[in-house]
Write a protein that binds this ligand. Structure first.
Ligand code: SDX
Length: 432
């Protein structure tokens, strides 16, 4: 622990705090004893200035547009044949799998891809129009009912087992949600297919016709899931940590993460982006209209897919996805997706506009991801589900890091009370 000190003077008192420095130069003032010793709190409503943990999982430099998983730049995962399962293993274990570890993990995913048949009935308990994210969150909670033996994880093997359960089954759940919404029969997983091809098989095959997945599409889906796999203390990861800090099991914690991700300011933005692009395409709006509405403080509209709490530069994931759109569309029938041209136009207008420049608002991961998902035939209302499938390994890794924190305490923020001072109860007959 460094001997550096930060000093606060308040009400004539001089208070010293230890200083914490990260491996990439992050600097934090350790106030963990502040309330206990001085009955003073700090005030940071959106936690934009507050580090809630030390983590070794993901590093982001928002000014330079850097994103690394366990120290490896994300660009290096997508240059060759992108492999989401390998990245999931890296996030969960902290190291890239050896050949044998990789085979064992893949086998675990295959062994755990089927749902308990009883779970099928949960899908019938909601309308076919039920929001997929509501069903996904409920399904992850329900999975806990079939795996009570994995509530308490005492060994790494149990941790990898529950991770494989969740990472494998979330695909089957997502595909079943989609199939029921289309009135189609469920297509069961095929143990001979790799992770992404198996998912697309469950989504789009028919009992009499197997859905062939091209290498380009399989690579594109691996790439999308890799780019979504973790992002340090984002809203949903922080939710998973908070729930997990009460010693709730990993199923319940990740189900909570799904609910946090659903919001349009977070993972739900990829749906909003597509609806915005589609609105322009249908003729209701022009790109210029969107830019003006986004700048109008009296208008709740935001340029979805733009802006980020951490990135004050181009989101490196958006850059990769933008390039992937060109590459994948060139191999697919919808080479000239009008929505891609509209997205390009919006980006061009925004990046030249002082409102966006002054606020350092750049495209984020959600701006281009939907275009690729749409090209694969995945409907807009399933986009945030796809984000959740990608983010699940990151949530589990964050849950584990929180779970293993020595001396880890339940996360319970404080407040500044600004309500009534003490008042008396007034019987109803004496009220106005
Ligand atoms: C994700 O945290 C993560 O890492 C998240 C994520 C992950 O991988 O987990 O990266 C995934 O959630 C990406 C973000 C997806 N959301 C959107 O695309 C929704 C649109 N973007 C915004 O709502 C906003 O940019 C946020 C929510 C992403 C960030 O919000 P902040 O950090 O709280 O910023 P802010 O709302 O305080 O905005 C600062 C200024 C404000 O204007 P002023 O008050 O200074 O005049 O920028 C403006 C905002 O009005 N602004 C926008 C804008 N984003 C910010 N104005 C118009 N359009 C936008 N998109």
């Amino acid at each position: 622990m460094s001997k550096e000190k930060a000093i606060l003077t308040l009400d004539g008192k001089r208070i010293e705090f230890p200083v914490v420095r990260g491996t990439e130069g992050d600097v934090a003032i350790d106030i963990s004893k502040l309330y206990e010793e001085h009955h003073i709190t700090t005030f940071d409503p959106s936690l934009a200035n507050t580090a809630v943990c030390k983590s070794t999982i993901t590093y982001i430099d928002g000014d330079k547009g850097i994103l690394r998983y366990r120290g490896i730049p994300i660009e290096q995962f997508v240059t060759n044949s992108p492999n989401f399962v390998e990245v999931a293993y890296l996030l969960l274990s902290g190291h890239l799998p050896t050949r044998e570890e990789g085979i064992t993990f893949r086998n675990r995913l295959t062994e755990n891809e089927l749902l308990n048949e009883t779970m099928r009935y949960q899908f019938r308990s909601v309308p076919t129009s039920a929001p997929p994210m509501a069903q996904l969150s409920a399904s992850l909670s329900n999975l806990a009912c079939f795996h009570r033996d994995l509530f308490v994880l005492d060994t790494d093997d149990e941790f990898m087992d529950v991770s494989a359960q969740l990472i494998s089954k979330i695909r089957t759940v997502a595909a079943f949600i989609y199939r029921r919404s289309q009135g189609l029969p469920y297509i069961y997983p095929n143990p001979n297919l790799r992770y992404c091809a198996n998912f697309l098989h469950m989504m789009f095959s028919l009992p009499y016709a197997h859905h062939e997945v091209s290498p380009e599409v399989e690579d594109a889906l691996n790439l999308i899931l890799i780019l979504h796999a973790d992002h340090e203390q984002n809203c949903s990861a922080a939710t998973v940590r908070t729930v997990g800090s009460s010693r709730a099991n990993v199923f319940a914690s990740c189900a909570a993460g799904i609910s946090a991700l659903w919001g349009p300011l977070h993972g739900g933005a990829n749906v909003e982006v597509m609806e915005m692009l589609d609105g322009i395409h249908r003729g209701g709006l022009t790109p210029e209209d969107c830019i003006q509405m986004a700048k109008d403080k009296n208008n709740a509209f935001r340029l979805f897919g733009f802006g980020h709490r951490i990135y004050k530069n181009y989101d490196p994931r958006a850059k990769i996805l933008r390039e992937a759109c060109d590459r994948v569309f060139a191999t697919m029938k919808n080479q000239n997706d009008p929505l891609l041209n509209i997205a390009r136009k919006l980006e061009e207008l925004a990046l030249a506009d002082s409102y966006f420049i002054d606020r350092k608002l750049y495209p984020n991961v959600d701006f281009y991801s939907g275009l690729l998902l749409r090209a694969m035939g995945i409907p807009t209302n399933m986009f945030t589900v796809m984000f959740a499938i990608g983010r699940l390994p990151g949530w589990i890794a964050q849950w584990k890091e929180q779970h293993d924190t020595i001396g880890g305490r339940i996360i319970r923020p404080r407040q500044v009370y600004v309500g009534n001072t003490e008042t008396n109860y007034i019987p109803v007959e004496q009220r106005p």
